[in-house]
Ligand binder design. Structure first.
Ligand code: PRX
Length: 653
């Protein structure tokens, strides 16, 4: 593990306050009995039966987990179909006219899909994909904004057993090309374009660029006409509407998938320069997200639920699409950003749709606090029953603001810790059972094993910072971990007894077993809940003409949580200045996307390196944060840090 901050990284104090679950919430909650924790301990791993029981299986599984060594074959022998679980079974159970997805555009347009509507369109598109030559286990890449055709395409893929590979629409053509290659995917569904904060973004032209850049040919491309700007379509390119119309009324039997057949691939940032491919499987993943949607989000079929996550990331896969739809809930899907067209758009959505459960990210909460506290209060938010957050640490002040101003002190707040790799929630309070501690995510969920260890793998004493490791397999674990493989960054191999997975996060545990997550300790930074690898950004910058060397770190940011700081050495003969800065920003946007755009580019003649030539990133973080500089005595040239700090101060003024 490359240890960016070291075990003594900054500790963040959770507040001392303890808040019991609101009684009116407990009265109706699905899980209210503390004994669930013991049951999972006494009866592990069979207790995970509960998660699997939220699903309909074609063939029942023979064993919950046959072996506690890899390969971990969760629900071995069972077969199921994720689309059947999210759509058909609700139609068959008589809920055909319940709303499945209510889509709201930022322009005020709405589209409503009942479970019957969803059934129809998913079947038609599944038939269309088959007719395009997509076979079971072919990977279909979906490069789409937040429009209903995205979950429809995901479910259509799941129906025919074709793993989907969703790529966030904000990523660049280069990033899409890399992900098409990494997934060896020859089918692409995209969209002509969409509006982002009022400006049109032409996605199809980015997809065309990616097609030219990818090392292999695309066989077929489907384009959803969303802006009405599709233009000329070449060979192997079709509009979504034309295909769906051609298969009107078609029905496709849901394919029986084994529990560990892949449901989807998703790429995230790791500590290498390459995106990290994570594969989630049908049985364990779906059981995990459905059970946690029920036990943690307390979702019920009659609920209306709003999650602001983009489906391009794991939170949207698990808690906009799969978990809520598997439970037969009504999901509100919002196309735009929380501040467009107005800063009260989210409160509007909650009021208009009488939303019961709201799940968002701390970065959004920090923006809401900054904008105008009275905005949520000017709306009727009394339909809300539960609030959740995910994606970053939430500080006690933002937690309390959320609890009081949005939840009116009557809704529990679940601070849910998990990752792309875990597939679903791992550490958080069960809202009908556990007291809340603002700033701390809570205890591991029943059945989840989490420990905080030092660099040698030994458990650290309560309230001391260390590395967060997961010590037991869980149903939503990805294929690599199931098979006993590890990713590069987990190769550190702490000396922890038995199987474990190193999360890349720092954390501490209090005397009640509540985990406070402190942030990443590896070369991954978290900007507005977007996970970015510093190495990926560095290689984009080094690819710009005139750049000799670059180091990227995360610095604290009031709203974004962290922001990208880039320190750059120019090549001989190139001028530092606005032109190069603009080209660096463009280089990062082209390689990754605007989300990775550096907040500051600082030109420096040298980077702070140890005598052995290692860049001391911790010092660069101190500089970005305007913090007192740590020990510089091991540097080859200690004076350089002060020089860089002076430049940052000058740029910030
Ligand atoms: O650092 C942790 C942070 O987000 C990382 C995972 O990012 P990603 O794979 O993109 O998934 C985000 C959505 C699940 C974690 O390693 N993180 C996520 N949730 C929390 C969190 N940090 C603190 N508290 C959380 N509740």
């Amino acid at each position: 593990m490359s240890n960016r901050r070291g075990p003594d990284f900054e500790t963040r104090m959770a507040g001392d306050e303890e808040i019991p679950p609101p009684p009116q919430f407990v009265d109706q909650a699905t899980v209210t009995d503390d004994s669930v924790y013991d049951e999972f301990e006494v009866n592990w791993p069979d207790c995970w039966d509960r998660a699997a029981a939220t699903l309909d299986w074609f063939d029942p599984y023979e064993s919950v987990l046959p072996d506690d060594e890899p390969p971990f074959e969760w629900f071995a022998g069972g077969t199921l179909n994720a689309c059947y679980n999210c759509v058909d079974r609700h139609v068959e159970a008589g809920a055909k006219n319940r709303v499945a997805i209510k889509w709201e555009s930022h322009l005020g347009e709405t589209r409503t899909y009942t479970y019957q509507d969803l059934y129809r369109e998913v079947n038609e598109f599944a038939a269309a994909l088959r007719a395009q030559g997509v076979e079971e286990d072919d990977v279909v890449t979906l490069y789409m904004p937040m429009i209903p055709e995205l979950p429809i395409a995901m479910l259509a893929c799941a129906r025919i057993g074709a793993p989907h590979n969703v790529v966030f629409a904000g990523l660049s053509a280069d990033a899409l090309a890399t992900r098409l290659e990494s997934a060896d995917s020859r089918f692409l569904v995209t969209c002509d374009g969409y509006y982002r904060r009022g400006s049109a973004i032409f996605l199809k032209s980015k997809a065309d660029d990616a097609r030219l850049k990818a090392a292999h040919d695309l066989e077929e491309m489907v384009v959803v006409e969303h802006l009405g700007e599709t233009g000329h379509l070449g060979a192997g390119q079709h509009t979504y509407d034309e295909l769906v119309e051609a298969h009107a009324g078609a029905e496709v039997a849901p394919v029986e998938r084994a529990a560990d057949d892949v449901l989807f691939l998703i790429h995230t940032s790791g500590t290498t320069g390459e995106p990290k491919r994570v594969e989630h499987v049908t049985g364990g993943y779906l059981a995990h997200v459905t059970w946690t949607s029920q036990a943690v989000l307390d979702l019920k079929p009659e609920d209306t639920y709003l999650c602001t996550a983009n489906i391009g990331w794991i939170s949207g896969h698990s808690y906009v699409v799969y978990g809520p739809l598997a439970l037969g809930t009504t999901a509100v899907m919002y196309e735009g950003t929380p501040n467009y067209p107005e800063r009260d758009r989210i409160w509007d959505l909650i009021e208009e749709n009488a939303v019961d459960v709201f799940y968002t990210a701390p970065t959004a909460i920090r923006s809401f606090m900054k904008w105008d506290t009275s905005l949520p209060e000017s709306r009727d938010l009394s339909s809300l029953r539960l609030l959740g957050t995910v994606g970053e640490p939430i500080d006690p002040r933002a937690w309390k603001w959320y609890y009081e101003h949005v939840g009116n002190g009557t809704c529990p707040v679940v601070d849910t810790w998990w990752q792309t790799e875990t597939g679903g929630m791992m550490i958080t309070t069960l809202p009908g059972v556990k007291k809340m501690k603002p700033g701390s995510a809570g205890p591991p969920l029943p059945g989840v094993g989490a420990r905080v260890v030092d660099g040698r793998g030994e458990e650290v004493p309560a309230n001391e910072a260390g590395y967060l490791v997961l010590t037991r397999p869980w149903p939503g674990m990805p294929l690599a971990l199931r098979r006993g493989h590890r990713w590069g960054e987990d190769a550190a191999k702490f000396d922890v007894d038995g199987w474990h997975y190193f999360t890349g996060d720092g954390a501490k545990v209090d005397d009640d077993g509540y985990v406070t997550v402190l942030g990443r300790v590896d070369d991954v930074i978290n900007v507005s809940g977007h996970r970015l690898g510093t190495m990926e950004i560095e290689s984009a910058i080094v690819g710009v003409e005139g750049v000799a060397e670059a180091a990227v770190v995360g610095g604290n940011h009031e709203v974004k949580g962290e922001a990208v700081y880039a320190y750059v050495i120019t090549e001989d003969g190139y001028e530092e200045g606005e032109d190069l800065r603009a080209r660096i920003i463009e280089g990062v946007e082209d390689a990754i996307g605007p989300i990775a755009r550096p907040e500051q580019v600082v030109f420096t003649p040298e980077l702070p390196k140890t005598r052995s030539g290692k860049i001391m990133r911790r010092l660069l973080e101190d500089v970005a944060n305007g913090a007192e500089l740590g020990d510089t005595s091991t540097l080859r040239n200690p004076a350089v840090v002060e020089e860089i700090a002076a430049k940052v101060r000058a740029q910030s003024d």
